[in-house]
Design a protein around this ligand. Structure first.
Ligand code: NAP
Length: 253
């Protein structure tokens, strides 16, 4: 392992949301700078071997610590070990951040309406973006739709409400739409592409997708990203390339 590539950081806290979901915070070296929406590569030693994975950063670029949100992949070499993390443990952090799921990538259309559509741990980059005053100043409307299978998997709800209270006061109008796909009694319980096709997502958000004014970011399950992209294209939106276009995506595994 190259000592120059990584710094060794310390786990500060661990929060368990459900049997298969947890978050953790760790020390952040002052030289580690990133833009909200980017991911870090973090590593742990498993049987003498360094295993490294990409993790979107939940914390904001202004926080002193780094926070990550993880699922436990059954029999996954990395997360099956990572789930036992405790404060004081050490983690390798690659010195540079990665990724282009950032608001800075949008040049056209100009910022107006921001749609953040996530499944599962794909919520992470959006929590980071929402903890930046600039996001709230730039946009007139922000919609966060977050799809999980069960109520227990709906993590970060208190934080989302807190963020709205802190940042929303003088900024964008904010709409949080939780989607619980395996709960027949949930207000929204269909998958994102279906909610887009039916018009239910727009109705709940009280906002329309519009090629002239929508920035739509997708993060999470790769099949969700694919299917949602197609549903949005059917609504006339286009992929963001070289700064121009509505849709930006990040696959999660
Ligand atoms: P998930 O299966 O991705 O489900 C989360 C939400 O996404 C649910 O509401 C689900 O709806 C929805 N969804 C699934 N497929 C979709 C599609 N094609 N279009 C629209 N929505 C869709 O659940 P998860 O708990 O986040 O992850 C499940 C598995 O993915 C894990 O067990 C793990 O093996 C793997 N995973 C791996 C990594 C990794 O880094 N290797 C990271 C995350 C997840 P439904 O209830 O209708 O399915």
């Amino acid at each position: 392992m190259s000592e120059e590539k990584y710094t060794l950081e310390t786990v500060l806290s661990v929060k368990r949301w459900a049997a298969n979901l947890f978050s953790f915070t760790m020390t952040r070296p002052s030289a580690f700078r990133f833009t909200a929406g980017q991911f870090a590569r973090i590593g742990i030693q498993v049987e003498g071997e360094l295993i490294v994975r990409a993790y979107s950063i939940v914390s904001s670029p202004f926080d002193e610590t780094l926070e990550f949100f993880s699922i436990v992949v059954p029999e996954g070499a990395f997360t099956s070990q990572l789930q036992y993390l405790k404060p004081g443990d050490q983690i390798y952090l690659e010195k540079i951040p990665y990724g282009f799921l950032t608001l800075a990538r949008y040049q056209e259309p100009a910022p107006h309406d921001l749609w953040l559509l996530a499944t599962g741990t794909g919520l992470a980059p959006f929590i980071s973006m929402l903890q930046d005053f600039e996001t709230w100043q730039k946009y007139r409307h922000i919609v966060l739709a977050y799809s999980v299978r069960t109520q227990q998997e709906l993590a970060y709800v208190d934080r989302i409400n807190e963020i709205q209270n802190i940042f929303g006061e003088n900024g964008a109008e904010f709409c949080f739409l939780p989607i619980i796909t395996r709960d027949p009694f949930a207000k929204l319980n269909h998958r994102l592409p279906k909610l887009i096709e039916s018009g239910d997502l727009e109705q709940e958000a009280d906002l329309k997708f519009n090629v002239e004014s929508s920035h739509v970011m997708l993060c999470g399950n790769p099949q969700m990203v694919e299917d949602t992209k197609e549903a949005l294209k059917c609504r006339g939106l286009i992929m963001n390339r070289r700064g121009v276009g509505n849709i930006a995506v990040e696959n999660y595994w």
